[in-house]
Design a protein around this ligand. Structure first.
Ligand code: DLZ
Length: 148
């Protein structure tokens, strides 16, 4: 597959930006390694992970992107926000992808604490942003195979 013409949208939450920014770096570097030109990658920020689906929906529905990568970090706290935010984001992205036919990659870390998140944002357990970029490329390739 020719990756040089692929257009990728990234929607990233501003919450926990000091970790999300590492996911964005991981994603953009991996896309470049896969041959996607930086000019073909559009980044949009939204307030929190809860807002990711509505922005991803607009991006996926625009017809301007071959895939949308969603990046965020939701850390479990003392209240029930973790469940209220994580579930809708995951199900929202899956529904948008199926409805539009545009892969919407779930690159949102859902962790117990900051340490677990840092481990998965370029630390001991890799970078979920980079993994999300690879997942986007692989899913686009799979869809090309199915649709040709
Ligand atoms: C409110 C909130 C809380 C408590 N925690 C997080 C979080 O860990 N990660 C995240 O991305 N966003 C969080 N938010 C913000 C919500 O996602 C959302 O932006 C607000 O509830 C406004 O709708």
């Amino acid at each position: 597959m020719d990756t040089t013409s692929l257009r990728i949208g990234i929607v990233a939450a501003e919450w926990n930006d000091f970790i999300v920014s590492k996911l964005i770096t991981g994603a953009t570097e991996a896309l470049a390694e896969h041959g996607v030109p930086a000019a073909n990658v559009t980044q949009v920020r939204c307030p929190g992970s809860f807002e990711i689906p509505v922005v991803a929906s607009a991006m996926a529905g625009s017809g301007r992107y071959d895939a949308v990568i969603a990046l965020g970090v939701v850390i479990r706290g003392e209240t029930a926000h973790f469940e209220y935010v994580s579930g809708p984001v995951a199900y929202g992205l899956a529904n948008i992808a199926v409805a539009t036919g545009v892969p919407c990659i779930f690159g949102v870390l859902t962790t117990e604490n900051i340490e677990q998140a840092l481990d998965r944002a370029g630390g001991n357990f890799g970078n979920k942003g980079a993994e999300s970029a690879t997942a986007a490329i692989k899913t686009i390739a799979a869809l090309h195979e199915v649709r040709r």
